[in-house]
Design a protein around this ligand. Structure first.
Ligand SMILES: C[S@@+](CC[C@H](N)C(=O)[O-])C[C@H]1O[C@@H](n2cnc3c(N)ncnc32)[C@H](O)[C@@H]1O
Length: 499
């Protein structure tokens, strides 16, 4: 099975100009809108190169006419890029485009974009603009339809990102249908999945954060039960949107039974040539508890090596807790030395790098952690991100009376600490754990499973540990190593192309 490189320059020159115009409209509105209003609207315009990359992820069949839905259409960049691509590749000659956009300021640009496309493509196309996509939630959830509109063959969307409180009518309606959606973007995806025609194509730009954690478990389950996830594009950079720092992914799904294989494209950012195309068994990486998205072949092998170990972090007796000290909620009368996340470096050495915040604080007993005469705890920075080539996600250090010179500390809440059900670890065990958490294997697992900037308990609970007590740590130097799955033709993961 061979795949072609995903190209960023699929559109012929004739449409490049149209798309560049739409892109400059997005720039205009981006600059004309205050940060507060952008946040309220969940408005972040997709860069042109990303819109084009998304449009080429689908593999459509030829048909005379294609119906395209564009919920949260903005200036129309996604539907215009998709229609241009379908027209270029002779997939369709005629289009019905349905856009939904609550920001009325954009409607004129939106209709102009589609009518330019229609006249340039010499296609007999029609389009409609409506305002709020979610007003159709009831009919979409009940019947999968919007009155007066055909079911789309394609939906392309970069849905608005906004928290959805569980008390809002949309949440309650979704709940009535057995779906919980903590954000407006996941609600849009649910409604889009209901609307798209059977075997139809759903293309979306989404934050990667839904791929892990308990909040989005129901959403992941919904996606897996209702769609076949066929292709995901990962970006190594978190700065793909102007003025937004967030890990985003592109998803291509079909409304049909889950395909056995999934393709993952990895690129630095939407403007660079993709580095890898990986074709993997979908069951290995997609399940409702998490979606594991490896960024390199090396990371896949290290992730699989870790999966083969049979003792999870909690099985080994470890627990992760968050430092209890919050600077803005301080009270008490016990003078205590405070440890911040910048006090230890990425290599686990104590540098006491925090110079601006108070080193000693009057605190109460609940915020203090007593250090034993022998042994201690492993501390971990809570915040890190998947940014760049091989980002370090786990940054541990050994916390003991010897390493920090006091008997009791207050850990600020950007510091996590690892204990054994409340008890400290022996020094041997603690240091072995620091070494393991710093290893390529543990880093690769965290890059693969964690789609947010925080290392939390569920993430650590999915890491397998090579030892469980001091005896095994002593023995571990002579223990047989778990082999890496070999590459090459015999590997289940051999069908990848490194570009
Ligand atoms: C993340 S932006 C994406 C815009 C455009 N699709 C793009 O990719 O550049 C989401 C858009 O959805 C719009 N929006 C927010 N809530 C909406 C709703 N309930 N119905 C329709 N559009 C909505 C926002 O105004 C914003 O323009």
């Amino acid at each position: 099975m061979k795949y072609n490189l995903v190209s960023n320059s699929v559109c012929k020159d004739e449409y490049s100009e149209l798309l560049a115009r739409i892109d400059s409209n997005s720039d205009y509105w981006r600059n004309a809108t205050s940060p507060v209003e952008k946040k309220l609207r969940g408005q972040h315009f997709t860069p042109l190169s990303m819109a084009v990359q998304l449009s080429v992820m689908s593999s459509p069949n030829v048909s005379v006419k294609s119906v395209i839905g564009d919920p949260g259409a903005g200036t129309g960049i996604l539907s215009a890029a998709l229609a241009s691509r379908l027209q270029n590749q002779n997939v369709s000659k005629h289009f019905s485009i349905y856009g939904f956009e609550t920001d009325q300021r954009l409607h004129e640009d939106l209709s102009r974009a589609w009518s330019f496309f229609s006249s340039q493509a010499e296609s007999n196309s029609d389009y409609q603009i409506q305002s709020d996509f979610t007003v159709h939630a009831n009919s979409l959830l009940e019947r999968g339809e919007i009155d007066g509109l055909s079911k789309p063959d394609f939906i392309t969307t970069n849905p608005p990102y906004n928290k959805l409180s569980s008390k809002e009518p949309l949440s309650l309606l979704l709940k009535k249908h057995g779906i919980s959606s903590p954000n407006l973007y996941s609600a849009f995806m649910v409604l889009a999945a209901k609307w798209v025609a059977d075997d139809g194509h759903l293309l979306a730009v989404l934050p990667r954060s839904f791929c892990s954690g308990a909040y989005f478990k129901d959403f992941r389950k919904f996606l897996l039960e209702n769609l076949s996830i066929e292709h995901i594009t990962l970006y190594k950079s978190r700065s793909c949107f102007k003025n937004v720092l967030q890990e985003n992914i592109l998803i291509y799904a079909r409304k049909r039974k889950q395909a056995g294989r999934i393709r993952i494209t990895v690129a630095k950012d939407p403007d660079s040539k993709p580095e890898y195309d990986l074709v993997l068994p979908s069951a290995d990486i997609l399940n409702e508890s998490h979606w594991s998205l490896p960024r390199t072949v090396k990371d896949i092998h290290l992730y699989l090596k870790n999966q083969k170990r049979n003792r999870t972090f909690p099985d080994a007796g470890y627990r992760l807790s968050t430092g209890k000290l919050e600077l803005h909620r301080q009270s008490g009368h016990l003078t205590t030395k405070v440890v911040y996340s910048s006090d230890f470096d990425n290599a686990g050495s104590w540098t006491w790098g925090e110079k601006k915040k108070p080193r000693l604080l009057e605190t109460n007993s609940k915020n203090r952690l007593s250090l034993p005469t022998s042994g201690g705890y492993v501390v971990l920075k809570r915040i890190s991100s998947n940014d760049g080539d091989e980002p370090k996600r786990l940054m541990p250090a050994w916390l003991s009376r010897t390493t920090i010179g006091v008997d009791v500390v207050a850990l600020e809440n950007h510091v996590q600490y690892i204990h054994k059900k409340g008890e400290p670890l022996s020094e041997d065990e603690g240091k072995a754990l620091v070494e393991f958490l710093s290893s390529d294997e543990a880093q690769a697992v965290m890059r693969t499973i964690n789609g947010t900037t925080q290392i939390n308990k569920p993430d650590m609970d999915r890491l397998n540990i090579p030892f469980g007590n001091s005896n095994e740590i002593r023995k571990s130097k002579t223990m047989p190593k778990v082999p890496l799955e070999s590459g090459g033709k015999s590997s289940r993961y051999s069908e990848w192309i490194q570009h």
